[in-house]
Design a protein around this ligand. Structure first.
Ligand code: ADP
Ligand code: MG
Length: 399
């Protein structure tokens, strides 16, 4: 009996020990009664383990919630034969109501609380991580976009929190793009300011001359001599020529900045054209001139012609071109023996509209165009220090 009671405490099952005839000899209930008529007991008395699931019909209907929690009064019965020397020496007959779910939950509440807590903690941890790695940099980026929109120059600095690698890449390229667009719009702003300024002086002088001519035609007595009228007209024509040259240069610049197609040429052909354009001048070319470069012959000629034109306009007697082929580029130095560029001007020579010879028809667009062509094709152009005259280093992209 003590063993049965101890076992019952742990398993929560009812125990009965039966003798070989099926009579209960130990247990809490039914001691002395025969259970041999019960199906599973009969099987166990025959030496076979057997079990049964039974539904107890209640006398009166239980309250609804109770019936759910209790199932419908299900009982499990199991009969285990005890076999000694090939004979059934008895049967251990057990029964148990499966514990209902709420009872079970209540009994296991510690574990469930722990599980809930673990899930909550994990959720909070994931949430925090998500917020650190995704939400925060995202919000910072949104904030940057707004600041950039308002024209805040400090908004181009890298983000403080990067989060994931993808977000870092995204914000890097976003800020990069924003910076480029901003640089571009700055460029357009200064460019149009310069352009307006450049257009203003010839237009003003054309208007002035035309008004004086008109006045002299309207007054009875001639206020202007014939030669004065001549000189006003030639001033007008000179200004028109200047405007014309400028519009041509602007067109050239626009074309230079447009995206290049898959063009290629070799410098030897370009230099032949260059020499015929400056037929009266000395142009000496040497080096790897037959290596193909990733630029059309027309564009390369524009670059070299501007450099040669500048050289000859600044008292150069000859221009030297020296090409060296490298793995991915073709380097070329263009040097001349003319007037040097002053230190004060050397930073500005590539600026559009910067010129020291405005009076003799300079537009200041030549080097800006040459640089636009080189850069839009992935090449470079920069001034080289030179003991005599002026020298530029060009890098043409190789094919
Ligand atoms: N080879 C050179 N020798 C001396 N000065 C030069 C040379 N090339 C360019 N420069 C200087 O750079 C300025 C800008 O040149 P460029 O852009 O070609 O415009 P432009 O020829 O219309 O003046 C020139 O006005 C001149 O002061
Ligand atoms: Mg020029």
């Amino acid at each position: 009996m003590p063993i049965i009671l101890e076992t019952q405490k742990v398993t929560l099952a009812g125990f009965r020990i039966l003798d070989p005839q099926g009579v209960v000899i130990a247990g809490r209930q039914e001691v002395g009664q025969s259970l041999a008529h019960i199906e599973e007991v009969a099987a166990a008395l025959g030496g076979q383990y057997s079990a049964a699931l039974r539904i107890r019909m209640p006398d009166k209907p239980p309250p609804p919630i109770y019936s759910i929690s209790r199932g419908v009064g299900v009982h499990v019965f199991s009969a285990m034969p005890v076999i000694v020397n090939d004979h059934v020496a008895g049967v251990i007959y057990t029964s148990r109501t499966p514990s209902n779910i709420f009872d079970h939950l209540y009994r296991e509440r510690g574990k469930f609380l722990l599980a809930t807590l673990a899930v909550l903690l994990a959720t909070v941890a994931i949430g925090l991580m998500f917020s650190r790695t995704v939400t925060r940099p995202m919000r910072e980026l949104v904030d940057r976009a707004a600041r950039i929109g308002r024209g805040d120059r400090n908004a181009f600095q890298p983000l403080q929190h990067y989060g994931t690698r993808e977000l870092a890449q995204l914000s890097d390229s976003f800020l990069d793009m924003a910076q480029q667009l901003s640089r571009r719009s700055d460029y357009i702003a200064t460019f149009s300011a310069h352009l307006t300024h450049e257009l203003k002086s010839p237009l003003t002088s054309i208007r002035g001359a035309a008004e004086l001519l008109q006045d002299s035609l309207q007054s009875k007595s001639d206020t202007l001599t014939r030669s004065e009228q001549q000189s006003f007209i030639s001033n007008i024509l000179g200004d028109v020529a200047r405007l014309d040259a400028m519009s041509q240069r602007l067109r050239e610049l626009a074309r230079a900045e447009s995206a290049p197609q898959n063009e290629q040429t070799s410098l030897s052909g370009v230099i032949a054209n260059l020499k015929s354009r400056f037929a009266q001048r000395t142009i000496v070319a040497s080096g790897d001139l037959d290596r193909p470069i990733g630029m059309s012959g027309e564009k390369a000629l524009i670059v070299l012609a501007h450099l040669a034109d500048n050289a000859f306009r600044h008292n150069a007697r000859s221009v030297q071109l020296e090409a060296t082929a490298e793995a991915s580029t073709l380097r070329m130095t263009v040097s001349n023996d003319g007037d040097p560029i002053s230190n004060a001007n050397s930073d500005k020579i590539f600026d559009a509209f910067f010129t020291t010879r405005r009076d003799s028809g300079g537009t200041g667009m030549g080097l800006a165009i040459a640089q636009a062509v080189m850069v839009s094709h992935g090449g470079t152009i920069r001034p080289l220090p030179s003991r005599q005259g002026v020298a530029f280093a060009l890098e043409f992209p190789a094919v």
